[in-house]
Design a protein. Structure first.
Length: 304
């Protein structure tokens, strides 16, 4: 049986969302998936809850790889200009060195839901590139609006979102990318906005990466696809599990699009009740009840 290696990175706070991501992968993928979670302090209780997903999905294994991010990246000066990004995001740079026997792997952020068979992504040829990623429509528009003034990227740069990556681990090791990561951070540290994502884009400047089909990383508040088979990514500070009360209604709806898919898979984990209780209320209407209705509607339609 073909096994697909997928790496996730999570601390204890993001463990429930990692569980929902895993559930979505397993529910849509026929192959067996080996998950490796880069663990920045996940509790034993949360590890057990994630492992208990095997009761519903027999097509995966999970290994928690403990990472001391501060120690491993002691030469990096972590600055959180985008205030929703944690230091643990740098853990992805360690992937090719953690499992040296793996030649090609998938990396996924945990603020996304996979609504397709990841075999399609894993089977994509890298065509001699080190990595494959999806062009970031929103960020490239933002760069254009700023006319590239005071930016660290050239005008022809095709900025990609690093939430979904296909990595050639062998090439990564051969080129000592980890060393280049540290050197790049030290050179640009006062100008980085999106931490590791900016670093990756600097390392693969221009279009020096395999550009993936947009369906493999649909940034939810800007990209719209007709194809329902996609990886939906809530990149940014607005997440489907936490709607901020100070947002306008039109922005709220746009930036939390397809939130019912997140709740569909949260419902399959042991975190559903806990997550529903956390939902922020807006005015006098309970968003919690709205989300619950959507989940139950999906449940009925699917005859779960």
């Amino acid at each position: 049986m073909k096994k697909i290696p997928i790496f996730l990175s999570s601390d204890n706070n993001y463990a429930p969302y990692a569980a929902a991501t895993i559930a979505s992968v397993c529910d849509n993928t026929r192959s067996f998936v080996d998950f490796y979670i880069l663990d920045s302090g996940i509790s034993e209780e949360n590890k057990t809850k994630i492992e208990n997903l095997k009761e519903k999905f027999p097509n995966f294994s999970v290994e928690f790889v403990q990472i001391d991010t501060a120690k491993m990246f002691s030469e990096i000066e972590y600055k959180n200009k985008a205030n929703y990004i944690s230091f643990a995001t740098y853990n992805r740079f360690l992937i090719p060195y953690i499992k040296p026997e793996l030649e090609k792997v998938i990396y996924l952020d945990v603020d996304l839901i996979v609504n397709l068979d990841v075999e399609k992504l894993y089977s994509t040829s890298l065509d001699e590139y080190d990595i494959a990623a999806v062009y970031d429509t929103w960020y490239n528009q933002w760069l254009a609006e700023r006319n590239y003034k005071n930016c660290i990227f050239e005008s022809n740069h095709c900025y990609f979102n690093a939430g979904v990556l296909l990595i050639d681990c062998q090439k990564w090791r051969e080129k000592n990318i980890l060393k280049k990561v540290v050197e790049t951070e030290q050179k640009y540290r006062n100008r980085l906005r999106y931490a590791d994502q900016d670093i990756l884009n600097l390392l693969y400047n221009g279009s020096n990466y395999k550009m993936l089909d947009k369906k493999y990383n649909v940034v939810n508040f800007i990209d719209v696809l007709n194809d329902t088979e996609a990886i939906l990514h809530w990149a940014g500070r607005v997440k489907p599990w936490q709607i901020l009360p100070d947002l306008k209604t039109d922005s709220e709806n746009r930036m939390s699009r397809n939130k019912e898919l997140f709740w569909k898979y949260a419902f399959k984990t042991e975190y559903y009740d806990e997550l529903a209780e956390r939902v922020v209320y807006r005015d006098t209407k309970s968003l919690k009840m709205m989300f619950m209705c959507e989940v139950f509607r999906s449940k009925i339609q699917e005859n779960i």
